[in-house]
Design a protein around this ligand. Structure first.
Ligand code: GUN
Length: 306
């Protein structure tokens, strides 16, 4: 069997169209949702993400403001900016791009954001609401995974769902969202005694560990749904040949030669694709959904606030 593709690029486009339509309705009432994106320092990956977030806002008719601060910015300075953004009526969403430089106390910054403008869903108030199953702003990546499963009509209620990874950004909120949709949820992590045994019982597998191609076909039950949240880089021809099947190798090797790397998920597509019923690719799976959901969260924040 060869897995069917969970096409995140397509689902993200559907989400963006829905957001653009509602932004148009708000515009008729004189309201334009606004997102502030804050980048501290020079992390090249962060710079790419921030650019992409701002461009997507522009494409959908949202107002956006990119604020760039030097790498030596202090916690107090960044807190000052957050307070300013909290008070501005034209800003509905505040996104502080992570990771922040080491001298900045990340938790204090995230807790200073007005929960009503916390479009990342990282504030303790929004985390608390998520735990309780109350309305609130939910982290973009796990919320996007749920949208993708729904788009393809995959049943969550009653399913055995295994989330691999326990991060605050993906693993924990992912597990809670699946639980609220009535899945039986297991969270696995680096200290899980028998990962293969846990994953082999799963109807739905969410891989969010951050290790290239760690989940192989041997872990996967025949017919499972596998969502790959990983974003890793493969840099050697040897790695590429191990991870990708014949059909994909040539293009991937060419990419490594050209750019020095190719993007690899936490799932080994060659072997998992033979067992799973559905698999999200990397790139083109969960990645595009994250920014689409950020737009949706900004819209929701605007609708709730104004
Ligand atoms: N860095 C990597 N992922 C994220 C995210 O979802 N939100 C923010 N703010 N920073 C990130």
């Amino acid at each position: 069997m060869s897995a069917r593709v969970l096409n995140g690029t397509l689902v993200a486009e559907v989400i963006r169209q829905g957001v653009a339509a509602r932004v148009g309705e708000l515009a008729a009432r004189g309201i334009r949702p606004g997102l502030a994106v804050v980048l501290v320092g020079e992390n090249p990956a962060s710079r790419v993400y921030v650019g992409s977030k701002v461009r997507t806002c522009e494409a959908l008719g949202l107002y956006s403001e990119k604020i760039e601060l030097p790498v030596e910015t202090t916690t107090e300075q960044l807190l000052g900016l957050v307070v300013e953004l909290n008070e501005r009526d034209d800003i509905d969403g505040i996104l502080i791009q992570l990771p922040l430089p080491p001298q900045i106390e990340t938790r204090r910054i995230l807790e200073a954001i007005d929960p009503a403008k916390d479009v990342d869903g990282f504030h303790a108030v929004n985390v608390g609401r998520l735990v309780r199953g109350e309305e609130g702003l939910v982290p973009c990546t796990p919320a996007g995974v749920i949208e993708m499963l729904d788009h393809y009509g995959i049943d969550i209620a009653g399913a055995n769902a295994v989330v691999i990874g326990r991060s605050d950004i993906v693993g924990k909120p992912m597990a809670l969202l699946l639980l609220h949709r009535h899945a039986t949820v297991t969270i696995c992590h680096s200290r899980t005694r028998d990962l293969a045994a846990e994953v082999s019982r799963a109807d739905i597998v969410i891989a969010a560990i951050g290790r290239a191609a760690m989940v192989t076909g041997e872990f996967i039950r025949e017919g499972a749904v596998v969502v790959d949240v990983g974003m890793n880089r493969a840099t050697t021809a040897e790695e590429v040949r191990r991870i990708f099947g014949d059909a994909e190798q040539a293009a991937r090797l060419e990419e490594v030669a050209r750019r020095g790397y190719t993007l690899v998920g936490d799932v080994e597509p060659r072997t998992v694709g033979e067992k799973a019923a559905w698999l999200s690719p990397v790139p083109g799976g969960v990645g595009p959904l994250t920014i689409a959901m950020l737009m949706k969260n900004t819209l929701r924040a605007a609708e709730a606030r104004r």
